[in-house]
Design a protein around this ligand. Structure first.
Ligand code: 2P0
Length: 329
């Protein structure tokens, strides 16, 4: 038998994904089973790189950006590692070393890239060779949206009804070349976590049942628009779905509102650019930063036009990118 220190180390890279049909609300918090399916674009920017190494230490060590995590942030990772240990039937402790290229916790999808990279690195370090579906299901247990960052380009997360049936898979999109410009209006971590914001919405918003009823219809419309490579329909459905998600949250008690005045200015800018013939659509997640969907060949022009209008903000140009992958093993 080999000792822990002689085996088991893996480094994985995963990109964030931005949902075009959103995930908002769990019907099973322990297993992270969502009320509705969702669909996203994995980007080619702002990755998380994570190394997991088995150790002989008495406890797990978790570094993010070189700093040790503590409290809830740490236990979210160590509980996830417990799942991997259980899957592998092993009990070694690990050292996790993770780096994000984008601000953590600001609605820029760092938990999606983070848990996708962690799922791949940790499962590999423990000697598991999971197929993409099993990896997606594992990543889901860390953060729901991470289930989608396993795949290249467009991914659909099937809501499912149990641990087995709730996974994401790639959606082929021939002829549809998507781009996205992420704006960084505020890089601070959000005040209400997605987890708490979802729970509050599910428990108290009178509009939540409408969201659950409507989202599967929008998901089908989106899949049909993708199948016929209809960029205008994809953008229109995505923007509408994002607004409906935020409307649902605003109905919670107290309301959940992630956007602010700078976000609204960007929404106006997107409408104006579209009026000027630069076809683009806005989406927003659990933070104030607006993400703007466009055709892949329009990304540079869109980024330029945004900076002309708003010289003080940050922009991250992106296109469809690859799913989670190992970079050393
Ligand atoms: C999404 N978001 O579909 C939606 C849209 C934010 C708004 O998935 O509790 O970090 O870890 O499952 O995945 C953010 O929530 O939440 C998210 P958990 P997650 O991308």
């Amino acid at each position: 038998a080999t000792t822990a220190s002689e085996e088991g180390s893996a480094t994985a890279l995963a990109n964030p994904n931005i949902a075009l049909v959103k995930y908002w609300g769990k019907r099973d918090e322990a297993l992270i089973l969502p009320w509705t399916g969702s669909l996203s674009l994995t980007l080619d920017a702002a990755p998380t790189t994570t190394t997991v190494r088995l150790t002989d230490a008495h406890d797990d060590v978790v570094l993010l950006g070189g700093q040790p995590l503590e409290g809830t942030a740490r236990s979210r990772v160590t509980r996830f590692i417990d799942l991997v240990r259980a899957l592998a039937g092993r009990d070694e402790r690990v050292a996790v070393d993770s780096h994000n290229e984008i601000p953590t916790g600001a609605g820029l999808a760092s938990s999606a890239s983070g848990f996708a990279a962690l799922a791949l690195a940790a499962s590999t370090a423990f000697g598991l060779d999971l197929d993409r579906r099993a990896l997606s299901r594992l990543a889901r247990r860390g953060s729901g949206s991470a289930s989608r960052s396993i795949f290249d380009g467009i991914a659909v997360w099937h809501a499912g009804h149990d641990d087995e049936s709730s996974f994401a898979e790639a959606v082929p999109a021939p002829g549809l070349e998507l781009g996205m410009v992420l704006t960084v209006l505020d890089a601070r971590a959000k005040s209400v976590s997605s987890r708490d914001g979802m729970r509050r919405t599910v428990d108290t918003s009178p509009y939540y049942p409408a969201w659950v009823e409507r989202t599967p219809v929008e998901l089908e419309e989106m899949l049909a628009a993708i199948a016929r490579a209809d960029f205008t329909a994809v953008g229109t459905i995505a923007e509408r779905n994002a607004m409906r998600m935020h409307a649902t949250m605003l109905g919670a008690e107290p309301p959940v509102r992630y956007w602010g005045p700078a976000s609204v200015e960007l929404l106006d800018l997107v409408a104006n650019l579209r009026g000027d013939g630069l076809e683009c659509y806005a989406t927003m997640d659990a933070g104030p930063n607006v993400k703007i969907l466009c055709r892949a060949d329009a990304v540079d022009e869109l980024a330029t036009r945004i900076l002309e209008a708003q010289p003080d903000i940050g922009v991250i140009p992106a296109r469809a990118g690859r799913g989670a992958r190992l970079i050393t093993s």
